[in-house]
Design a protein around this ligand. Structure first.
Ligand code: GLU
Length: 443
């Protein structure tokens, strides 16, 4: 079964770039009827926080993403130790004793000679006696994977045929002196154990892929398929940051954004599909294809989320907003026709409360209007029941009786009935306000 994972480190709030990765994974799994794993890469105990882990779950749920399984790397350290032991036994990793300062000096010397800063494998050449001597002095080794030094090729689901020459890379450190594991190692052990078939992530991880493929093989596992999507940046130049929360999912949420508007911008930017309003993640899943992604860094306008939010609001069915409206006190048999009458005029969902006040009264303001016209209009009000045809019949009668027409007729009536110069169509509002209240407002 196709299995993907989204693997954030809980070191800050998810930003729209993280949402892009999460959604691509989710949509690919959804389309294929596969599994989506949420994996918290929380081995960095200094920077990982429970509150960020909770926030990640909350933000993903808000976006409409559901996971089949939640895993935490912090709960799997014993497994990583087992796997390191297996790699040691197979002779596929080796202990290295250089301190960070020594490694830094090596790199500086290489740079001075115009050489790439690749680890020289000095520790691999140590004899058993030399290692014992170092350990006797209190040195603890870190463990490096011995790369093959060959060209690793893979077919990238987003970028096509790809390759990296591992002779240009340092043997990666898998486990530190203190026994803590590095991301690459924990990630590959997890992907293998959890049956991940497709690793979908940002192209900032392309460079890790060859090492990870060699590590899968060292662990005796079949490497998954890889796909690296292009990254997106805000046209304003504002940088995304998990740490500062810039362009975070929370900030869009706090601004009243529609989750599907965030999803549309996060996913469709940098694809051949224009960024547009969508009705569901299913619809979005049907629109996108990793192999059709642009390979270039693509700009997006965060304001587009606000525009899409408004557009989506205008076509929302009542069922989608009923709970929120109830929270604003909008309930009862009038709630649904009310929603259908006003939704096209809203720039935010909470504005519905203002229009509900207009319907139920009392009006906040009653601007001065044409008293004679209103009085005649009042006398011509037909009896209830009212429906959407009432307004047309009534205003025709008022026009015939007073000679007023066009703006001269409609504006005084609109002001008297709603207290506003603009708003939803009066033919829909009139039956909602009802005879008694309309009559009161006209006098
Ligand atoms: N924790 C890694 C990150 O957030 C996961 C990378 C991956 O998908 O392999 O960048």
């Amino acid at each position: 079964m196709l299995t993907v994972r989204f693997a954030p480190s809980p070191t800050g709030y998810l930003h729209i770039g993280n949402a892009r990765t999460a959604l691509w994974n989710y949509l690919v799994a959804k389309k294929a009827g596969g599994r989506f794993i949420l994996r918290l890469d929380d081995t960095d105990i200094e920077r990982s926080r429970a509150e960020y882990a909770e926030a990640i779950e909350e933000d993903l749920a808000w976006l409409g993403i559901e996971w089949n399984l939640l895993e935490r790397q912090s709960a799997r350290v014993a497994r990583y130790a087992d796997k390191l032991a297996a790699l040691k036994a197979a002779g596929l990793v080796y202990p290295a004793y250089e301190t960070p300062e020594e490694l830094d000096r090596k790199r500086k010397r290489q740079q001075a000679r115009g050489l790439p800063p690749v680890y020289d494998r000095a520790s691999l050449k140590l004899t058993a006696e030399e290692k014992a001597a170092l350990e006797a002095k209190g040195r603890r080794p870190h463990w490096r994977l011995k790369l093959s030094g060959t060209v690793v090729e893979w077919f990238d689901g987003a970028r096509g045929p790809s390759h990296i020459d591992t002779s240009s890379l340092s043997d990666p450190v898998l486990v530190r002196e203190d026994g803590t594991v590095l991301y690459t190692f924990a990630s590959v052990v997890d992907d293998a154990d959890m049956g991940v078939t497709d690793v979908i992530r940002g192209e900032d991880h392309v460079a890790n892929t060859a090492v990870q493929i060699e590590l899968f093989r060292a662990l005796g596992a079949e490497p998954p398929r890889f796909a690296h999507h292009n990254l997106i940046v805000a046209a304003s130049g504002e940088a995304m940051s998990k740490r500062t929360g810039a362009l975070s999912i929370r900030s869009f949420r706090a601004d009243g954004a529609e989750p599907l508007a965030v999803a549309a911008v996060a996913v469709l930017t940098g694809t051949s599909e224009p960024v547009h309003a969508i009705e569901s993640l299913d619809e979005l899943a049907g629109l996108v294809d990793l192999s059709k992604l642009s390979r270039a860094l693509t700009k997006f306008d965060p304001a587009e989320i606000g525009h899409l939010t408004v557009r989506m609001l205008h076509s929302k069915p009542f069922s989608a907003v009923a709970d929120h409206l109830a929270g604003l006190g909008i309930t009862g048999p009038k709630a649904e026709p009310f929603w259908l009458a006003v939704r096209g005029n809203l720039t935010g969902l909470d504005e519905a409360a203002l229009w509900w006040q207009v319907i139920t009264g009392p009006l906040q303001s009653t601007p001065h209007t044409d008293a004679a016209l209103l009085s005649t209009a009042r006398s011509l009000l037909p009896p209830e029941p009212w429906d959407e045809t009432t307004w047309g019949l009534w205003t025709k009668a008022v026009q015939a009786a007073t000679g007023a027409k066009g703006r001269g007729l409609f504006l005084p009536l609109r002001l008297a009935l709603t207290g506003q110069e603009h708003g939803p169509e009066l033919k829909t509002l009139l039956p909602l306000i009802g005879h008694a209240e309309v009559s009161g407002r006209l006098s």
